[in-house]
Design a protein around this ligand. Sequence first.
Ligand code: GLA
Length: 378
Amino acid sequence: MIDICVLRDEFLNRFGRDGVAYAAPGRINLIGEHTDYNGGFVFPGAVEQSITLVIRPNGGDKVNAYAVDLRLAGSFGVDDTEGPSDVNLRYVYGVVREMIHAGVDVKGFDVVYGGDVPLGAGMSSSAALECCFAFALNDIFGDGKLDRMTLARIGQATEHKYVGVMCGIMDQFASMHGRKGSLMRLDCRSGEFEYFPWQPDDYRLVLVNSRVKHELVGSPYNDRRRSCERVAEMAGVESLRDCTWEQLEDLRPELSDEDYRRARYVLGEKERVLAVCDALQKGDYETVGRQMYMTHEGLAKDYEVSCEEIDFLVDEARRIGVTGSRIMGGGFGGCTINLVKESLYENFVSEVEKSYKNRFGVYCQIIPVVIGDGARRL
Ligand code: GLA
C-alpha cells in the first residue's frame, strides 16, 4: 500500500486540515477469464496493492480532487450533469453520480488519492479506484447503508456509463469482498460466492508484468463481449453459460468464424473453472496449472486477447517447468499469472527476467502475489 503519510500530508497542505483514510485493492484471478459477463464463474482474490484516499466533506456541493500519482487536480459539482472530460476524474465523477442515483445524499468533499496498483497491468486499478470511492462515500454520506455487492455494481456501472468499458462484475466484486489469505469463487449470475483459503505448501503465485500497457478503454474488449452476446442470442439462451457444445456446433454454419471461436473459448473456460475447483479441493495443483496453460491457449488463439510479449512469457514459464501460466485479466498486455513450485521460484524469476530483457530490451516486473483484504476504512 502507498505510504498513507504522503496522502495525509498532501491533504493537509492542500485543504488545511485532516481527513479520513480508506483503501480498496486490485485483484488477481486464478481462472475464469471473460466468463463474468457471460454469467459464469470467476476465481479472483484481492491483492495488497491498493488505491488509498484521504477525504473530508467540505460543506459545499463541489468535489475537489487531487490524484497524487498523476499530479492531477480537478473539480466538479455533485449535481453537474456532464462531468469532467479527464478519464481519471470521470471515475470519481461516475461513482458520485451513481451513489446519488442509489439514494446516497452525496455532498461536496475534498479528496486526495493515490496507490500502488500498477496502471495498465491488468490488476484492476480502475476497479480499486471506484471501490475505494464507493466505500468511502457510502460510509461518510450513507451511514454504510449500501451493501458491498451494491457498491461493486456502482463501480461496474461507472465503467459502463462514464468510461465506456462494458466490463463484468469480477474486478469490483473482488475489490469489495477480498479477504486476506482467501480466493473467492463467484457465480456471476446469482451473485453467490464462497471463500477458498489459498494456502498451498509448495507453490507460490507470482505475476510477471510485461509492461505492455493494457488499456480497456477503447480496446476491443467490448467487441469480445458483443460476440458472446450475439452467439447467446442466436442460441436462444440468456448468456453463454447456458449454451451447450451441441448448440454451438449446430449454430456453427451461421456464425462468423470469429464469433464461433470466441464462444468456443468461453464454453471451454466454463469447464476449466469447474475442473480447477475440483482439483483445489483435492490439493491437486498440477491439474490447476494444466488448466491455466489451457486457458492461455484459448485466450491467445480463440479469444485473441494476448500479445507477443505475453505469449513469450507463458512459453518461457513452460520451458522453465512452471506448473501453470497464463495471461490474466482483460488482456491486450499486462501480466501473466504463474503458479510456481517453491523449489523453482528463484530460478524462474531470474531466468524470465533475463530472457525477457534479451528479447524485448526491457525488464519485466516481478510481482509476488499476497492475497489481501477488500475495501475498508483505515
Ligand atoms: C476485465 C474486466 C472484468 C473481466 C476481465 C476478464 O478485468 O473488468 O470484468 O471481464 O477483464 O476476465
